[in-house]
Unconditional design. Structure first.
Length: 306
């Protein structure tokens, strides 16, 4: 009788382990196939792409529903596991609400070399993307070294030179602060901001690597020739900032992150951040008082920034 009981017990335990392993394999298989499908469609999960150990909400929801189904089939199972997972899911959703978008997914840009390319929290450049036509615009900078951050793409560089000349003719002396940044440079910069100010604060004024317009070679931060208030809030209201707001569009540039549009762009007002899009688009955006997202009619309000 004892031998018989042990055999039955061993068989039951073996069956339970196999069942559990099979269930986990199916769950992992479903998740893996979903992620692969998204990547092939040039869509990746925003948070998994940047936090490789953090499960996506889809995974948490899927796992939670699987546990609920299991317990509904087994009345003797405790509800504590369900409540625990529901609580974790709700906590995770609450934590991400501040920074997730309604799309809650990121598209990898297929034509990053396009002059009017839309790069933002929902549209990501390929990690290894680097423009092939980077040059040094002939304009003054707030620093002396011939660093990469002086560079812009050729068309944008020529337009910047004309903009600086136009400003000088109006008695406004400008200087470049920061142009092109590689993926690696943006990664170091973003991480430093996160370490200094915390991730939530950093997200408001610094792009995650791959999401920065500076990587396109089409953006340039600009200040007055003295460099005072360069890339700082105090630049707002200066003669240089006012001139840029009124005239940048004439040279193919827009103020990429305008005041009052933070909910759409996802970033604070930056009167110093110029983005080259070409004169046709820049003039329309200026006349309508819209953002690049609104120009493309793909504005996705950022949750929690109302």
């Amino acid at each position: 009788m004892k031998l018989f009981s042990k055999s039955i017990l061993a068989a039951l335990l073996f069956a339970g382990v196999v069942s559990l392993q099979t269930g986990c394999s199916m769950l992992n298989g479903d998740i893996k196939s979903k992620i692969i499908s998204n990547e092939n469609g040039k869509v990746v999960d925003f948070y998994n792409d940047n936090k490789e150990n953090e499960p996506s909400l889809d995974k948490i929801d899927h796992a939670s529903s699987t546990i609920q189904e299991k317990n509904s089939e087994d009345p003797s199972s405790s509800n504590s596991e369900i409540k625990s997972n529901e609580s974790k899911t709700a906590e995770k959703k609450s934590e991400r609400k501040q920074w997730a978008t309604n799309a809650d997914a990121v598209k990898v840009i297929g034509q990053p070399e396009a002059i009017a390319v839309l790069v933002n929290k929902q549209n990501k450049l390929p990690d290894n993307y680097s423009p092939k036509d980077l040059v040094y615009p002939d304009v003054p900078f707030t620093f002396n070294e011939k660093a990469d951050k002086r560079k812009m793409r050729a068309n944008a560089a020529k337009a910047l030179e004309k903009l600086f000349t136009g400003a000088k003719d109006d008695g406004i002396l400008l200087a470049g602060v920061s142009g092109y940044r590689s993926f690696a440079t943006q990664q170091v910069l973003f991480n430093n901001y996160v370490n200094r100010d915390g991730q939530k604060a950093a997200e408001l004024f610094s792009a995650r690597p791959g999401h920065s317009e500076h990587q396109t070679g089409l953006a340039m931060d600009v200040s007055g020739h003295t460099g005072i208030c360069a890339a700082q809030d105090c630049f707002d209201g200066t003669p240089e900032a006012d001139w840029l707001a009124k005239h940048a569009h004439e040279y193919g540039f827009i103020i990429r992150y305008p005041k009052g549009k933070e909910q759409i762009t996802g970033y604070q007002y930056e009167p110093w951040h110029l983005r080259y899009v070409g004169t046709d688009i820049s003039k329309e955006i200026h006349e309508k008082g819209i953002t690049l997202e609104e120009y493309y009619n793909v504005a996705v309000p950022v949750s929690g920034q109302k």
